[in-house]
Design a protein around this ligand. Sequence first.
Ligand code: PMP
Length: 443
Amino acid sequence: RASNLQGYAPICLGLEDFYIRRLYLRIQDCFGRPIASAPDAWIDVVERYSNDSNKTLKRTTKKSRCLNLGSYNYLGFAASDEYCTPRAIESLKRFSPSTCSARVDGGTTTLHTELEECVANFVQKPAAIVFGMGYVTNSAILPVLMGKGGLIISDSLNHNSIVNGARGSGATVRVFQHNTPSHLEKVLREQIAEGQPRTHRPWKKIIVVVEGIYSMEGELCKLPEIVAICKKYKAYVYLDEAHSIGAVGKSGRGVCELLGVDTADVDIMMGTFTKSFGSCGGYIAGSKELIQYLKYTCPAHLYATSISPPAAQQIISSIKVILGEDGTSRGAQKLARIRENSNFFRSELQKMGFEVLGDNDSPVMPIMLYNPAKIPAFSRECLKQNVAVVTVAFPATPLLLARARICISASHTKEDLVKALEVIGRVGDLVGIKYFPAEPKKQ
Ligand code: PMP
């Protein structure tokens, strides 16, 4: 979100330091506590406090059980699972936690090749390559794909890993207004004429980078319109599905499936395994030639230790469950559940008078707080009532657009959600963040 940081830099030269040191650390103090359990629907939050005059932290072993509204564990796989967990344990015993080698130096196990086939099949692309970290996938791949003489056109709210990769590539970077296809077209038209062949224009390559679901906005990408514009101007499409793969679409295949976009029209499909699959790492999927090229040239493939085998096994197993290849319908049930949970929670929050960003079907639900001073009060009051929420503020969002970012999971039960709504409703009144009139309750 460095694009935001840039825009606000002039007024924040001194403020940034103030916020990060004074406010942000205080926020960390009220909800950034260590967690002593898996990121399931309920978590054990360790209470840590400072109570002596030297302000040294004293650790207690006291834990509170909190309803978890902050995890990206969208399908609930990042907790004990009857299919995934025994297989992950088995792979830990067989392969150990680490391969201790880069992919090309003995770090490619049978699990790694199986994982790449499995991911390519899941996202419906001819081939895939996997990396040990989602962040690195973006920040290392963009510099391999793009360089001097290339043009990257990036959504203004793209994730920091994309911003970093784009900057590190040496290509020219232009930003278009968040999720606004008409502005993307304007930016493209400033650079090239419509229908101009790739060989006759001032840029070696043009790539448009978007996200499937925006993690701070909860919005679905306007992908059909963006793909149509990219086709018209012969620009490549790079889609980061960190938050959408596994979470949306009839069979969990992300925004292409949900919005009816042919995956052949998305040139580079990127995603992470840290959300719906409850694991670690990231992937790029695309044509066989693209993936082969990345395998020969990408430093993060050639020089970094490969993805941990138990993490790889966890991804393979969770994809099997999603596709029903475990012989049950649990995957389909999870997908139906996350959709129902998300749509129920969003509409109830709206009925209570909260300003909630994002689209239906998205499990990411930012509740606007606006004033950064409301952040500590909101998160602390929720935590006091055993609800753990994540709040986001500058520099992850513009200074006066602070928000609480709720993430819904298929592992939340209806009772969990009702409890969360009660608590958030009370805290919302206390902190004064119900910006709209509440809908009268049905008798
Ligand atoms: N892309 C997007 C859109 C993200 O939101 C994130 C992190 N949440 C990443 C990439 C980085 O992924 P990871 O946390 O798996 O490293």
